[in-house]
Design a protein around this ligand. Structure first.
Ligand SMILES: *[C@@H]1O[C@H](CO)[C@@H](O)[C@H](O)[C@H]1NC(C)=O
Ligand SMILES: *[C@@H]1O[C@H](CO)[C@@H](O)[C@H](O)[C@H]1NC(C)=O
Ligand SMILES: *[C@@H]1O[C@H](CO)[C@@H](O)[C@H](O)[C@H]1NC(C)=O
Ligand SMILES: *[C@@H]1O[C@H](CO)[C@@H](O)[C@H](O)[C@H]1NC(C)=O
Ligand SMILES: *[C@@H]1O[C@H](CO)[C@@H](O)[C@H](O)[C@H]1NC(C)=O
Ligand SMILES: *[C@@H]1O[C@H](CO)[C@@H](O)[C@H](O)[C@H]1NC(C)=O
Ligand SMILES: *[C@@H]1O[C@H](CO)[C@@H](O)[C@H](O)[C@H]1NC(C)=O
Ligand SMILES: *[C@@H]1O[C@H](CO)[C@@H](O)[C@H](O)[C@H]1NC(C)=O
Ligand SMILES: *[C@@H]1O[C@H](CO)[C@@H](O)[C@H](O)[C@H]1NC(C)=O
Length: 888
């Protein structure tokens, strides 16, 4: 019977088309079966379904011949040689799998192939010369593999090639001059390889070349003027090579050039004035070269300029007055040059300026009183200059400042107490090596986020004010070489500082110095020691505490940022003024959403403040509505910016790994987008809000209060999600009821998981030594250990469970001074309170059964929030205990 059918089928087919094609058709089916046997493609099942044109990722042409095969992101490995038998193939996408071995030479037989994408696999060996036979190829992407050897000359046969990507491999040798004969080329990337030699002049023959990215190779010689002659170039990235010579004036031809990154080379000469013709210029980054001459005022004509980085060159002269016209300028980095004169007041008109770094120059004017007119300024780095005069009192108006570096100048007068008003100051306040005198203003004690304070090498006098103990985040302090006297206040960060931080003063005494302050002070000290210890403990839970932790994270970022001078590919774009940022990379991991998500729309959504849903410690969340109707939540990461380009591949790998960390109580990333230096993580949008909203925002309407059984289910769900995370060795950085989202069925899902993996893409979870979390959820030991741990997560979970049981906020003034929810609950027996006074009475009085379950859950919460980390249960035991409560 089967045979008859087949015969009939062949006959019919034969009537409809030529016999040769039928042969081919049957062959394609067989080939796909064989491919499935080899690779076991998820979604293809056992492959018995003969309707292979409908198999996932397979697309057929009119004659049922396979023309497209998309097996990207399937975690596949195995022999891919067979695919070369699919004779009609036009598009072959095997990107983001685990294929290894050499690229099959037989791929060169696919004469109709237009797109070949082997990105992000482990293909080894050299690029087969046979690929040169793919004369119809328009797009060739071999990036992010482990390919070695030279670019084979046979590829010059790829005359139709438009996109050519071979970045992030181990390729060596020259960039062949025949690449210039690929006249249809628009995109050529070969960054992160071991290519040497020069950029061939012939690249200038490519009339449509738009993107040229060759960073991180060993290329040398001049940047050829020819590449600017056709004038279509939009992105030029040559960072981290060995280029010499001057930047050609022909660069002015490229009206569409928006991004120029030529830092970390050996370029010399001046910046050509033709740079003013580049009306689209957004980034200009040329740091760490030997460029000289003046900072040309023509930059002021580039009205879209967002980042100008000329650091560590030989520029002289002054900052051009015209720079005040740069309304979009966010970062002006001129450090390490020989610039002099005033800080021009015109700069104060740059309303978008976020970072002003003119450190290590010869600026010899004063700090203008209006300096804080730049309302967005976060980094004011004026250190190592010859700046004179006083620090203006108006400095207190720089409300957004995170870092203030004024060290090694000739500043006189006192420290203005108004600095205490810059409550955001976190990274550093450095006034060292100046001529400042007078006392330390006690107002500095209000800087409770500040991590590093350096007032050394001035003529400051008086006592170190005890008010400085308000600087709860302080880690580093330097008072040395001043005229200070009296006791060093008893405050952990002070006593932990080395004695060198106090040397060279008039008469400081007490710990950590060798000189005791005498009996009077010693008594005083012992008392203070206890008190301040208690203050610290109290503060960790009290309404005053700040995220010590978070600031450390910020600090670590900054330190890392500086260490990684290599990663200079970036600048911050706070609110994109650019309408269409170029997406560098972007992927949707979830197959059935691939069509539904428009990455450009995603990017645009994050440029509008009206789409903002929330802003957290590590990210800002936006809502993005796709044209397809799908609604996404888009998380825009903070602080990763500078290194993101460089660690892109690692980050992407991490995200893809996480996208496979599949648990129903964990938010799973569905994709990401990287544009410019911004990373966006895509998630499903959860319209039902967070657990925090459910518990705390509906208190006025009892009918919307979740009942006990649904609360218990939520508690179990969250615990299961966290237990799974710990099982795969991921520690969450920020557990709170605000990070528990609720789906349409009130099933809880834990969010912000990626953050722990992305904070430092170069390291795994185990080595994250940064401490973070939301206030009220931070375990007491974090303040001392600076280490995120699984027991720390258990503590934070315990707080969430207490919220569920009590319907109370983790921190509430009602608890009394220095008392948070955990302390309030733990001290209930001492206060002689009944369970009803702790548990939410609206629930515990409903039935005897509910009360019993709530009391049992309260016991679990008390265990989780034990002061001693070792006494807390493991997350998986928490799950067991709660399940038992539910089942009994
Ligand atoms: C699919 O075909 C294989 C042989 O190719 C056979 O062993 C298997 O039972 C078939 N499965 C189904 C569901 O028909
Ligand atoms: C398929 O056939 C239709 C008409 O039958 C034709 O318009 C179309 O161009 C063909 N497509 C291909 C890929 O050959
Ligand atoms: C892959 O399969 C082909 C035959 O389809 C074979 O010739 C080749 O040796 C195989 N490659 C490897 C690495 O096993
Ligand atoms: C494929 O190409 C190889 C050379 O790379 C050749 O030897 C072989 O005959 C070709 N196979 C087919 C089926 O065309
Ligand atoms: C490979 O390059 C092509 C052409 O530039 C691009 O369309 C494709 O998205 C790239 N593949 C991956 C996985 O990024
Ligand atoms: C480029 O093409 C021209 C003619 O089309 C040829 O003369 C020249 O040799 C080619 N250059 C290279 C490097 O192959
Ligand atoms: C860069 O060029 C200099 C000479 O100009 C040479 O000494 C050095 O080794 C080169 N560096 C690399 C990484 O090729
Ligand atoms: C540059 O800014 C102008 C307005 O000054 C705008 O019209 C243009 O679209 C911008 N170009 C780019 C590439 O962003
Ligand atoms: C600043 O330095 C420049 C160059 O050395 C000098 O010409 C100028 O007079 C100085 N200005 C002040 C105010 O000292």
């Amino acid at each position: 019977m089967e045979f008859l059918c087949l015969l009939l089928y062949i006959l019919v087919a034969w009537c409809l088309s030529s016999s040769e094609l039928v042969g081919a058709e049957l062959q394609d089916q067989d080939i796909l079966h064989a491919i499935n046997q080899e690779l076991r493609v998820p979604g293809w099942g056992d492959g018995n379904n003969s309707d292979y044109c409908n198999w996932q990722g397979v697309s057929c042409g009119n004659n049922s011949m396979v023309e497209g095969l998309d097996l990207s992101h399937r975690n596949l490995r195995g022999n891919v040689t067979l695919m070369s038998e699919l004779k009609a193939l036009k598009r072959l996408d095997l990107s983001n799998n685990n294929f290894d071995g050499s690229i099959p030479t037989a791929f060169g037989n696919l004469s109709d192939l237009e797109v070949l994408d082997l990105t992000s696999n482990k293909f080894q060996g050299s690029i087969p010369p046979q690929l040169g036979g793919l004369t119809n190829l328009k797009s060739l992407n071999l990036s992010n593999n482990v390919l070695v050897g030279e670019i084979p000359m046979e590829l010059q046969g790829l005359e139709k090639l438009q996109d050519f990507q071979i970045s992030s491999n181990h390729l060596s040798g020259l960039i062949p001059s025949w690449v210039g004969n690929l006249t249809n080329l628009r995109l050529f990337t070969a960054y992160e390889n071991r290519l040497d030699g020069r950029i061939p002049d012939d690249l200038g023959l490519i009339s449509d070349l738009q993107i040229l990215n060759l960073h991180s190779n060993q290329l040398e010689g001049p940047i050829p003027a020819s590449i600017f002659v056709p004038g279509k170039l939009e992105v030029l990235v040559l960072t981290q090579n060995n280029f010499s010579g001057a930047l050609p004036k022909e660069i002015g031809n490229c009206k569409a050039l928006s991004s120029i990154r030529i830092g970390n080379n050996h370029l010399v000469g001046t910046i050509p004035k033709t740079i003013g013709n580049l009306s689209s210029l957004t980034y200009f980054e040329a740091d760490n070269n030997n460029l000289s001459g003046e900072v040309v005022s023509e930059f002021a004509q580039c009205s879209n300029l967002t980042l100008l980085n000329l650091a560590s060159n030989g520029f002289t002269g002054t900052i051009p007055q015209d720079f005040g016209q740069l309304m979009n300028l966010q970062e002006l980095i001129l450090s390490g040059n020989s610039l002099f004169g005033d800080i021009p007041t015109s700069i104060l008109s740059c309303k978008s300026l976020n970072k002003l770094d003119i450190s290590n120059n010869r600026f010899n004017g004063t700090i203008p009183n209006e300096i804080c007119n730049i309302s967005r300024l976060q980094y004011m780095l004026l250190d190592q200059n010859f700046i004179t005069g006083e620090i203006p009192h108006e400095i207190g108006n720089c409300a957004k400042l995170l870092e203030l570096q004024l060290g090694s100048n000739i500043l006189t007068g006192g420290i203005p107490p108004e600095i205490g008003r810059i409550r955001n100051l976190q990274i550093a306040l450095n006034l060292s090596f100046n001529h400042l005198h007078g006392p330390l203003p006690p107002e500095l004690g209000k800087l409770d986020k500040l991590v590093s304070l350096d007032v050394s090498n001035n003529r400051l006098s008086g006592n170190i004010p005890p008010e400085l103990k308000g600087m709860l985040s302080l880690i580093e302090v330097n008072f040395s070489n001043n005229l200070f006297g009296g006791p060093v206040p008893t405050f952990v960060p002070f006593q932990k500082s080395p004695s060198s931080s106090y040397l060279g003063n008039k008469g400081l005494c007490g710990e950590p110095l060798n000189s005791s302050c005498g009996d009077l002070y010693d008594d005083h000290k012992a008392y203070h020691h206890r008190v301040s210890y208690r203050i610290i403990l109290a503060v960790i839970g009290s309404g005053l505490a700040v995220f010590m932790s978070v600031t450390i994270v910020v600090l670590l970022f900054m330190i890392r940022e500086r260490q990684e001078k290599v990663a200079k590919d970036a600048g911050i774009v706070e609110d994109g003024t650019n309408d269409n940022p170029t997406i560098i990379a972007g992927t949707i991991f979830v197959d059935n959403l691939k069509q539904a998500v428009d990455l450009d729309v995603v990017v645009k959504a994050t440029l509008k403040d009206s789409n903002k849903l929330s802003s957290g410690t590590f990210s800002t969340v936006y809502k993005a509505i796709m044209p397809s109707g799908v609604v996404l939540s888009v998380r825009r990461l903070k602080s990763v910016d500078k290194t993101i380009i460089h660690h892109q591949n690692k980050m992407i790998r991490e995200l893809e790994r996480l996208s496979k960390v599949c648990h129903e109580n964990l938010v799973r990333p569905i994709g990401y987008v990287i544009y410019e230096d911004v990373a966006l993580l895509l998630h499903h949008y959860f319209p039902n809000g967070t657990l925090a909203q459910l518990l705390h925002e509906s208190t006025r309407k009892p009918e919307y209060q979740p009942d006990w059984p649904s609360r218990l289910s939520i508690a179990i769900g969250v615990a299961e999600g966290l237990a799974f995370l710990h099982h795969v060795a991921i520690i969450h950085l920020d557990i709170s009821s605000g990070n528990v989202l609720l789906d349409a069925n009130s099933k809880p899902v834990v969010a912000e998981i990626e953050i722990s993996k992305l904070l430092d893409p170069t390291k795994g979870t185990a080595s994250i030594s940064a401490v973070a979390g939301s206030f009220g959820y931070i375990p007491p030991e974090y303040a001392y250990t600076m280490q995120v741990t699984a027991p720390g997560n258990v503590y934070s979970y315990g707080v969430v469970l207490l919220e569920i049981l009590t319907t109370r906020l983790p921190v509430d003034e009602d608890f009394g001074e220095g008392v948070d929810l955990v302390k309030w609950v733990h001290s209930a027996p001492v206060r002689g309170e009944t369970p009803e006074q702790i548990l939410d009475a609206k629930l515990s009085t409903v039935s005897f059964g509910w009360r019993k379950e709530m009391l049992a859950a309260l016991k679990v919460a008390l265990l989780c929030t034990d002061n001693t980390p070792a006494k807390r249960p493991k997350m998986k035991n928490v799950v067991e205990m709660l399940r038992e409560i539910k089942e009994n």
